[in-house]
Design a binder for this molecule. Sequence first.
Ligand SMILES: [Fe+2]
Ligand SMILES: [Fe+2]
Length: 356
Amino acid sequence: MVMARKEDHLRMRMEHIRFGKEELERRRKSPVHVKAEEIDAQLKEHNHVYIVDPRLGFNQRTFRFWINLRTPGEEMEFSGWQLGHRHTVEAVIYILKGHGYSVIDGIKYPWQAGDLICVPVFAWHRHHNESGDELLYLAATTGPLSMAMGIAIYEEEKYPEYWIFAQKGEEAMKTLVPGGAEIPPEARVKFNSADWKPKQASNGEPSPAEIYYQQLAYAEGEEKLRRAGKVLVKGSELKFGATPMGRVAYAVDPKLGFHVKVLGTLIAEIPGGKRSGAHRHIYEETNYILSGEGYSIIEDQRYDWKKGDTLVIPVFAWHQHFNTGKDTARFLVHHGRVAMESTGYVHTQQGEPADY
Ligand SMILES: [Fe+2]
Ligand SMILES: [Fe+2]
């Protein structure tokens, strides 16, 4: 048993009060710019290089971001896989180079450079390189958040000794709900994947029993929504449109039919010689420069970037991007806006608008 003294309780109470100010310091000290050269040098030694990750000293809480290189020879190792792996984190993959396909939840999805894949939580999946050449992709997953919550499960076909649920029969193998969804008949709600809402009682409020039955049934509804959610965006089908921040194509977003609750992904464009809008928001964001050259102002500091660099925007830091080249600059943007919408804390402040 933990025996705490009066001083311990006083200290712990002060920690709450000090946290916001100390967190601001941690944000200021966290690295903001990862250069392409650093990543390229590491890719020569490992095929899996973490770019933005709390384990590397970034004050990143929601998602990590890394790059993966697969050579044709290495592909052989994966050829016998039936399941691949699954995890209780959201994952988005952007194909930088090569073509191939993914098998997600038993369905095959072909892709090529410029496409994005969003794997539903706990769906078995494997990726195959068919280009006969190197496959290069960028991945973002919500591992840090799931691990902080103590709910991260990662089951891989290669390591059955670490499986948590997969060896517990056929049902546990197929469900997108960890452990499977066992729903008592009285809790079974007729889910119509698109518009499941809490049932209202005659007096306008659900009874405690109804609220609890909805909790019992929730996993089944979520599983249906996950299986009905989109998993692939073709680069050629991205829809760009003008916003106060500049030209943006939302790629993986709950507003576009993806069943994600934490991680959102978009592509932003800045024409040659133009500047994006300036804004700040209460969520994390990473910007991987897909093309172009220029600089960004992040909390009054200037960072010069080029293709292959990554910018890590701290929570509530002002940021604005300037394209100093002739060609269009493109950013792959991952953000935690969706997580913050789920918790009700989104706050976005728009400053100077884009000039295009
Ligand atoms: Fe995965
Ligand atoms: Fe932003």
